[in-house]
Design a protein around this ligand. Sequence first.
Ligand code: ADP
Length: 396
Amino acid sequence: MSYTAVSQLSNRSVLVVDDNPTNLGVITDYLEEQGLTVLVARDGESAIEKTILAQPDLILLDVMMPGIDGFETCQRLKNMEETRNIPIIFMTALAETNDKVRGFTAGAVDYVTKPIQQEEVFARVITHLRLRELTEQLEQKVRERTLKLERLDKAKSDFIHVMSHELRTPLTAVDGYAQLLHTLPEITQNEELYELVGYIIEGAHQLLGLMTQTLEATKIDQGGLILYPDKVILEELFTELAHSFEPVCRTRNLHCVFQHLADLPPISADPHLLNRAFYQLLINAIKYTPDGGTITIAGREETSNGRSEIEITVQDSGIGIDPQQLELIFEKFYQTGKAELHSSGQTSFKGGGPGLGLAIAKGIIEAHNGRIWAESTGYDEATLPGSCFFVRLPTT
Ligand code: ADP
């Protein structure tokens, strides 16, 4: 048999635990002859102590011992963080099937039967040392990859953050000068030019909105959302929001209905961020509901296990969402429809967006220890099944 499977055998240590000195001697001698470093213990208690101190690569454990038996010893080792991953092989009498099952239940990786066959013990020890070595190598690789991915992700976020920031300044200038142009008599008196400058302003606003969303999303990604909690009265928050959407609702004949919002207790939250999250749910409800539809915002309070929560639902009578996409829509840059089918207006039916809104809303709600999810029976532009967005927030 080739033992080159495990690198540097002498660097590998095995703890042999047995109260029978003859057994102990036989196994120890043989394993040492093969090049392994062997430690010994005569009972469970001292085996645990030695394991914590010496951190062997593997343990050969007798079942029947005075004091705590092998099962108990195994269980205790598996319950401790620092010894949990050390593989344990039981040494048990041939006939005792029950013992084997108990051993596996206690966390053992294998067993050898007594009377001990030295070659068999060694073969099993080598197999499990090799397995452990491979697992460690794999874990190391995963750690390295994760670190690399995290670094790449951070570099990407930093890049997006810097670019959005840098683009904002010239864009603000374009917006400012275009607004100035819009007031000059030469422009106001020329219908065509006035219209064209209007397009520049509209475009600049769309781009500025996109930059803002991108900055918000990267901030959430980097865990940089800082909350400034204050007392929030949700009915007031929604009244204000609905007020800002009044012109578009009027143009598109959309009805906004409040239910039980006045019954909600005040909550402690960041008013600005919460406003931002609910703004997104409302603007989406508007975007994905055809003219003439209804958007219902309802609230209720729930107390479970002595914990009080409020639930806000934003229900629309729009095109709905495919149930398979209900979770995906909260991911960054995710859009259910084809981008080219989106119209460009932010509040027009199926108006375009970069697919960041719900990711931002989710980040904000989760930063408040809340939950957000969506329900819909399906996507259908003809029957309009509608969508319902749920937000749960702790009251304090
Ligand atoms: P977008 O900028 O595309 O609106 P969001 O993150 O706000 O990005 O939403 C992601 C996707 O979820 C949208 O592209 C849309 O397909 C779907 N969606 C969001 N809200 C609704 C809704 N109320 N009804 C139907 N679909 C919705």
